[in-house]
Design a binder for this molecule. Structure first.
Ligand code: ADP
Ligand code: MG
Length: 391
């Protein structure tokens, strides 16, 4: 479904269910990670983009203390009283995202709102597919409820409210990337996030390129353990560098590539290998920003290929399927760059492409992937698009 159609469906349903037009309607998009892998918890940099799909949230205040949430995409309705707003452990767990967002918008005391609200929401970001439908739902909720309740939090604070909803209601210990990308996205631009200062800026990319996400269907076992051990290795390495470098080091953000080369010998080999990935990714994001300013898309694409090589060789968070997609991409002249996107060990690759050749690129990659794994990847063309807004 296109965005306009989703908007029409959500607002019509609101009028049908509640007998009047919604007083606030907000939209928030999903996101893709473009460059800067496993850098967030190392207080580093990430390039991401808001996608052209998202969630619409239509709401009005209730006459009493009731909260009503109609989730169009799952065909369920949740109701409770203001005093009952709390994490849902079983059943309609989707309600945790809007409820948690409301809870923290009210700074943890929803009862102080006096009046409840009624809402209908729906979207076109596939759920649980790595495009962050959860952040889209939180940010659309936050903007609509902010209007109804007259709060005036800035974009970063709203993003943090969504993150807190994930932590405390949905039970997902995520970083701030998804919510910030949804809030700060802009048409034809990337969002550059600094996870030390929590500052976000947009960097123009121009309309001549787009991204293609290629979803592998691969999901390898031991992902949680592998993730935890990578995180631990980064922490261990940061501690080591804090001891040998004559400067303040709290995270790998503080270590340069030159310092890693000089001092890596003092680290266990695996720890050294893991550490160089976020260090290199930080440098690539900073270099990428300069290349984008010069309009050098080929150069930016080369950094994406470097990023994947670093995942493959050093961080070892790639897998056969993702490597095959990137190798297939390298042989196609209309692809500028490609890399795994997100945690790794499966999931998706992100390609920088010339949109006019999207069909040809998708066909060629799918053909090679199928020949090898007897399975079709899902290819979707994504144009960096505007972030969340109130309608
Ligand atoms: P992702 O954010 O990558 O899509 P998550 O597991 O973080 O995956 O979030 C997906 C969950 O968010 C869904 O299982 C559902 O509970 C909730 N959700 C997001 N968007 C919607 C929606 N439009 N309707 C109902 N639930 C939604
Ligand atoms: Mg999510």
């Amino acid at each position: 479904m296109q965005n306009q159609e989703v908007y029409d469906t959500v607002t019509a349903k609101f009028s049908e269910v509640f007998g009047s037009k919604a007083d606030a309607v907000a939209y928030a998009p999903g996101r893709i990670e473009v460059l800067g892998n496993h850098t967030d918890y190392n207080e580093g940099y990430v390039f991401s983009a808001a996608i052209d799909k998202g969630t619409f949230f239509a709401a009005s205040l209730a006459d009493d203390d009731s909260v009503t949430l109609v989730a169009l995409d799952v065909g369920e309705t949740f109701t409770c009283r203001l005093s009952e707003v709390a994490p849902i452990k079983e059943g309609m767990t989707w309600a945790n995202y809007p409820l948690g967002t409301f809870n923290w918008l009210m700074e943890g005391s929803p009862a102080k709102a006096n009046k409840g609200f009624k809402a209908v929401f729906g979207g076109n970001v596939p759920l649980g597919a790595g495009l962050s439908s959860s952040a889209a739902l939180e940010m659309a909720t936050a903007l609509a409820l902010q209007k109804l309740y007259g709060t005036s939090f800035d974009k970063t604070t709203l993003a943090k409210i969504g993150q807190k909803a994930e932590h405390t209601f949905a039970g997902c210990p995520c970083g701030l990337l998804d919510q910030a990308s949804s809030m700060y996205g802009a048409e034809g631009a990337l969002v550059k996030s600094d996870f030390r200062t929590n500052e976000f800026e947009t960097v123009a990319m121009g309309p001549s390129v787009a991204f293609m996400m290629v979803k592998s269907n691969a999901k390898h076992a031991l992902v949680d353990g592998a993730y935890a051990s990578r995180r631990q290795a980064c922490e261990d390495a940061a501690k080591y560098f804090a001891g040998v470098l004559r400067k303040n080091v709290t995270h790998l953000r503080d270590v340069t590539m030159a310092e890693w080369v000089l001092y890596r010998g003092g680290l266990p080999e695996t720890t050294a290998k893991r550490a160089v990935h976020p260090i290199g990714e930080d440098e690539r994001v900073l270099q990428g920003a300069q290349l984008l300013e010069k309009g050098d898309l080929k150069g930016f694409g080369a950094l994406m290929y470097d990023s994947h090589e670093s995942s493959r060789n050093w961080f070892e968070n790639s897998c056969e399927e993702l490597d095959a997609i990137v190798d297939a991409a390298k042989a196609i002249p209309e692809v500028y760059g490609a890399r795994l996107s997100g945690g790794g060990f499966g999931g998706s690759c992100c390609l920088l492409v010339e949109p006019a050749y999207a069909d040809k690129i998708a066909e060629q990659i799918s053909r090679e992937y199928k020949a090898r794994f007897n399975d079709e990847p899902v290819c979707s063309l994504i144009k960096p698009s505007k972030g969340a807004y109130l309608i």
